[in-house]
Design a protein. Structure first.
Lengths: 711, 711
């Protein structure tokens, strides 16, 4: 394979794009994510060094992930004039990202009187040194000018529900700037150190929440003034944070960083011959997944908005297991195992949640933070008309979440063959999830089957429904897998195991109507008003109003937020013949708003299963370009929800592998059905790992070839 | 007993009182109700001759009862000036009601220039001739004046969701004015005939929707010009409407009418020595019940707003069986049997409704119209902020309604001993109600008891709750009664009967907490925010907003609209010792808005059971004076709900009889526990019928005496 060498960039500057580009140009190394913002941005423009797995609750607010003080901060003055976006309009501005190496670039030219001042910067979150961010900031002028560069730490971070620091201590010791902040709730110390190599001597200045080196100098034309920073970020929770170097050699660090990315890309690059746009979009998605994957340190997973900020509280959703997991499973099973370990470790939290609602077993969090604590509140939306909180049922009724853990676990076992995860707590997780569903089952006195009532399925626009097809199918899967995998495991008695089996057999899973082939999403769904997405849009009074809830414009219609029956069929393609899948695709897709990034990829996958890559392609591209193109929803009701969409990225990879290439696992070996390549795709090629072996998968119009390679 | 001779009146005129007085001064005879409005009022001021049991649906609107053309219409001009309230301010105005004889009176003095013009009128809905309304309209002047009196029929009726007539034919034949109107939906012909005896000759005039006799004459001072009208109202549905006299002698008709009222009052008057205000209030309530009781003609019951208009669609609610039934049972069991017959006859509608939701048996309508059709829609409230319909669950989740029929049936059997009602379909009704509840029961796989999920109890502010105490208790009662009363009845197999018994035994009914004695209203109620009614009021943004629904100010708090646990305890006072009832009264009463007229009387009754007539008294008075005093809710969201409150009236009678007098039925005989007379009440006295015998009940501070009388 030819190694990827791609750079993306946006030329020009517009204030309206700041949030979008902050997401699009994210860099990260799994320990932290750094938003693609300019060095001079302060909190109101949403810069962030978002820490994975570090949470805090400010008094009266909700818990969310913590942003570290911004050690990348730089602000330039030339001849007394402040050169800062967005106030000072640039003559030229470019922001870029080298996907191959995770390098963020920026070049801005301002004019100050007759003088042209250029700033060029590069930064990366080191893949080799998870606590280190390196930044090179280069200034040059075309005429002599008096320059002042403030470079250091801005401790006034962007918070959605902050502030999170009860104390901030800004000090300098032996030339190293340091911000030591203590979180409110748990007193976690977040430390940011900045060591800088500068061509001139600076003085240390404290201004408000900023601790800076101030470099004043007369710049000569055609000289590049290079300032190199090592930003070290660590917390008192990190076991590996002792004795970190505070100053790294930029080039040397970059070499080691790039070598890591080379190894990652070797396993994960996807080639699409004949469609450069799709190839870029998919690899761009993969880039994001690689930036946020937990590869070192403590127990971590991947939040729904990646490491792009505090949106959705920095919490981990079922997105990780159902949409992102597959990608890691096939390209870096060690990451997949880490993701499972997060859920195994947080089992006590899930059991506590189940008990809180009177259920047995494990009810995994809708918004999982450390320890499995569900950060979701009962009032997760604000009504745009009254400003009042609206009772939502994400937390208490999305019971399908637990089954996602089991789905991922079973995939892991299938693809890796590594059963150690069962012994290391996977069996307990599986058992408690099965117990959870078992305790949910109800039976009417006059009926001989079980039902699951009062749930919210993946499609969140319909609350408190009975017998949601996806939920019940996933529950059945969980019960079956527990009965199968826990055979002879002493943690489960034979009686209980047989109880699971009986329950799985008797559990109602909505079946295709014999006439129409349609599967009803939940009891009564087909009786709802059959309005179109456009009709609903025309009914909106306020563009920001929530479509779901008790009385949203979609709530009492057949319009869905996202794939639900389609998700079920996508995850269990062998349940029904193709014509059933097709009929349901044709019915549900036009009735879906795709208001969630979890939607398009599921419909795309299902479209492949029904042999319609032409249906799949635009939905695949929508997923793969979710963060690449502007236009993602920024608001849900009155709540800011902007950020990256790693589930869409992972979903795009699933579509490419399971869908277009037809990849599946049969009896522990990779296998492929007929490929379903979109028009114009000459060849789709990627590597996978399966049971310790590496394979090169090559799909062409006729056939998908799976060749074992030497690892 | 001394026969009641009471007249109430309001002196003075205010436009703001028109709706209230329209209710307060209602007259009626069970066939129709006539609002207490002035003769000259047209539709916008809400006059109405509201027909019992006649319904229509205007296209795109909801079904509601039909108002007949207003045959009482009169408009006077004096010296060219229009004398009509509210435009022409009167010098004196009095509206009155003779409760003893159901006579509506009105006296208005206007000044026109120097001339005083007085109108005095009297009218009654004949108790002897159910199709007849008689009106006497008397004009006099204190100086000579030119008068024009228009008197006839106004066919432009007040409708909430009309118009209901596809055709209106206004004709005169042999001096009789006639309006023949055809309803839209079913083509029911509503006919109003007006025969008039006048002191002068009139000419017939048609003006818009009015057909009038126009009397022009020069009036002499100190002469009374008397116009007497017989208004005959009938519909093509009436079997007794053939050959009705079109002109009755006023005095003769009044004598016969008064004689009927005398008989009614003989059985129903309540004496309260020592509290004239309470005595008036209670007898006033009884007056209303007597005005609207079905005593003749087809299958009818009593709507929730009596016959005061189209509010709540003219539909019959569970109010009738649980709140009004007792009064009729003890004073006129024939009416009680008619009420039961309405439910027996509408059983097919209730069974259809059950089937619609997938249940077995009979699910009685929340808003029952003819045939048991449930007029309630799924969207029964309009959001004040968006103007959008709100999904409510009155229709589909208030499953307790069916049990009300059984409760009334069992009361009927107990008090009358008349088992014919069982043979005449009561047994089938009972069986189907039991089947309904049986089919609702669910059992969790891991539990050995039954539950009822996803209901709305009497307290409508909390929707879709599980194991509502009142609902489950009523369901158990239904199952038990079916098992008991259907023993040896061939309509029910022994197997099914034993199934009911087993279900009744295993059905969870929330029990008093051993520590606190409190019964939880439904699963999770005690975990809701414990806010006060006042706090909720302070949270209102719009005074008209609905407190309930998915996200009303009360929905997620412990504040109730109305008695729920208290209603259960009030209806089953022998379930628990007094201290449990007391603890629950003390807990729930302050948490109740009493936003329904069904509330105060239940708490008053329970207060008597706990020996606290001082708690009961203000709540009793609130019920008894609900329509007597102004201030009743006129709006629910954006929906007009003004009208009379016969359930409060019936509830007040229950408080007086069961509560203050301590009356109960033991082994088929009236019995009494210690009376609980409010302070100042020297004696409470009323008659009851029980198993064909008449009793005089006399409660004094020490004891309640029950004496059999000759009937």
């Amino acid at each position: 394979m030819i190694h990827l060498n791609r750079k993306i960039s946006d030329v020009g500057f517009s204030k309206d794009n700041i949030d979008h580009l902050g997401n699009k140009y994210l860099i990260g190394n799994g320990y932290m994510g750094i938003r693609g913002t300019a060095e001079e941005y302060t909190a109101e423009l949403h810069p962030a060094i978002n820490l994975s797995g570090v949470y805090d609750r400010a008094p009266g607010k909700w818990r969310e992930s913590v942003n570290a003080p911004n050690g990348l901060y730089c602000l330039l003055h030339a001849d007394g004039e402040r050169l800062a976006l967005p106030e000072k309009e640039p003559r030229f501005h470019e922001q870029s990202l080298d996907l191959a190496a995770g390098l963020h670039g920026r070049r801005t030219l301002w004019r100050v009187g007759e003088t042209g001042v250029t700033v060029e910067s590069e930064r990366f979150a080191s893949m080799a040194d998870p606590h280190a961010i390196l930044q090179r900031y280069v200034v040059s002028v075309d005429r002599e000018a008096e320059l002042t560069l403030d470079s250091g730490i801005d401790s006034e971070v962007w918070d959605i529900n902050g502030g999170h620091f009860s104390s901030v201590s800004l000090t300098e010791r032996e030339g190293i700037l340091s911000a030591e902040c203590r979180t409110i709730e748990q007193g976690i110390v977040v430390t940011v150190l900045v060591g800088e190599k500068a061509p001139v001597v600076g003085e240390t200045v404290k201004e408000g929440g900023k601790l800076l080196k101030r470099y004043r100098f007369r710049a000569e034309p055609l000289v590049s003034y290079v300032f190199e920073k090592t930003v070290t970020v660590c917390t008192s929770r990190d076991e590996d944070a002792v004795g970190l170097p505070t100053m790294l050699d930029y080039e040397e660090a970059k070499r080691r960083h790039t070598a890591c990315w080379d190894r990652i890309w070797y396993r994960s690059e996807v080639q699409i011959e004949g469609d450069d746009e799709a190839e870029l979009a998919l690899n761009y998605s993969i880039y994001h997944l690689n930036c946020i994957a937990p590869r070192s340190g403590g127990v971590r997973s991947i939040p729904a908005r990646g490491l792009s900020g505090q949106v959705y509280k920095g919490a981990i959703f079922w997105d990780t297991e159902m949409f992102m997991f597959d990608y890691f499973l096939f390209t870096d099973p060690d990451v997949a195992k880490r993701l499972l370990r997060y859920r195994i470790t947080t089992l006590p939290g899930a059991m506590e949640k189940a008990a809180e609602y009177g259920w047995r077993g494990a009810f995994y969090a809708w918004e999982s933070q450390e320890g499995g604590l569900d950060a979701c509140t009962d009032y997760n939306i604000t009504d745009v008309f009254t400003g009042r909180p609206v009772r939502t049922y994400f937390r208490d009724k999305q019971v399908h979440v637990s089954a996602a853990m089991v789905y991922a676990l079973v995939r892991y076992l299938e693809v890796t063959g590594d059963r150690s995860v069962l012994r290391e707590g996977g069996n307990r997780m599986l058992l408690e999830c099965a117990r959870f569903y078992h305790s949910l089952l109800v039976r009417y006195v006059g009926r001989d089957f079980y039902e699951i009532h009062d749930v919210v399925g993946p499609d969140e626009y319909h609350e408190r429904v009975n017998n949601n097809a996806y939920t019940n199918r996933m529950a059945r899967f969980t019960l079956e897998q527990a009965a199968c995998l826990l055979r002879d495991d002493p943690i489960c008695t034979e009686e209980e195991r047989l109880g699971f089996l009986e329950a799985a057999k008797r559990l109602k899973v909505p079946q295709p109507d014999p006439e129409t082939g349609l599967i009803e999403q939940f009891d009564g769904y087909f009786r709802l008003e059959d309005a179109s997405v456009e009709t609903l849009r025309s009914r909106l009074i306020d563009p920001r109003e929530y479509w779901g809830g008790a009385d949203g414009v979609a709530s009492h219609t057949q319009v869905n937020k996202q794939a639900d029956v389609a998700a079920m069929l996508g995850m269990f393609p062998e349940d029904y013949p193709t014509d059933v899948m097709e009929k349901n695709w044709l019915y549900y897709e036009p009735r879906t708003e795709h208001g969630s990034s979890l939607s398009a990829c599921m419909f795309a996958l299902l479209a492949c299963y029904i042999g319609r890559p032409d249906y799949a392609y635009p939905l695949f591209m929508k997923s793969a370009q979710q963060d690449y193109l502007p236009g993602s929803k920024l608001w849900l009701g009155l709540i800011f929800i902007g950020g990256t969409h790693p589930a869409a990225a992972g979903g795009a990879w699933m579509v490419a592998s399971r869908g277009f290439a037809g990849l599946s696992i049969r009896n522990g070996c990779p296998a492929a059905s007929k490929p379903q390549l979109p028009e114009g795709w000459a060849r789709l090629r990627f590597r996978i790992l399966c049971r310790g072996k590496s394979y090169l998968v090559t799909a062409t119009a006729e056939k998908t070839l799976i060749e074992e390679e030497q690892t």
